[in-house]
Design a protein around this ligand. Sequence first.
Ligand code: B12
Length: 229
Amino acid sequence: MIVRAKHAVPEQVREYLGAVLDRDRSSALSTVDRMLESKKDMAEAFNLLAAAQVEIGEMWAKGIVSVADEHFATNVTLECVDIVSERLSRPRVRRRGLAFLCTVEGEYHLVGLKMFSELLRDQGWETVILGSSFSAESLSRRADALRGRRVDLLCISATMPSCLPLLVDTLEAIRTVPAYSRASIIVGGHAVTSRRWRDALSHGRDGALADFLARGYESALKFAASLNR
Ligand code: B12
């Protein structure tokens, strides 16, 4: 498919989009191979894949592509995230601690979280992606398997603004679970841009509900790097 967009879309993104929308997985993977010849930075390569996903969202909202096209593209993009991280991750320098990552209850957008997990891993964190739609109760159950070990960093992704009330409940409850009592908490994702979210997460019963709020991953990575020095 020839992809035409009103705004500027980098050529590599356009090529990748054309391939995934033609349902041509191997050509999409070859595009990523070529992308990796010029992009040596993991975050930069992820930005191109993210731009493709956003473009697919626009096309889906306008009825140009179907839900099935979006599912196919997202699956290939998740595969490409693995390829990029395998090819560009640096030898591990240090162990920073254990990071758990999930999306908030009711949230099923997982790609941004997966990218953030790979970037954290490259920074030396041991990362575990728990999955989508996690409440405090399900987070607590997952911590049972740690047998006394504690989580150092909990990252929660939120795209849909409608998830805010459940996120507030989760964060209020999670601080009382011993495995998370010392964890730094980052809430990231598109929903965090709104003033309402920032206000709600900046105040809780005993102070701020989250330690760091991030729309994108750059500032969150700096925050994570500042921990456990
Ligand atoms: C793929 C997709 C889906 C897939 C997700 C599959 C999967 N396994 O992830 C499925 C089919 C499940 C889906 C469902 C829906 N979707 Co959808 N989806 C998308 C799409 C096309 C791409 C998402 C994506 O991969 N983006 C790329 C990633 C990299 O971007 P990102 O998630 O924003 O992450 C970035 C930052 O936010 C940050 N980040 C994200 N998480 C975290 C976490 C931390 C800790 C940090 C530090 C940073 C961080 O990192 C990334 C940096 O680039 C978007 C379009 C778009 N604009 O994103 C629509 C989009 C998000 N979806 C939308 C909608 C409306 C829906 C549905 C309501 C559709 C429906 N009627 O059912 C449901 C809601 C489901 C739910 N409750 O979660 C709208 C949301 C509008 C809004 N804000 O309200 C969008 C914007 C499409 C559109 N243009 O209208 N969707």
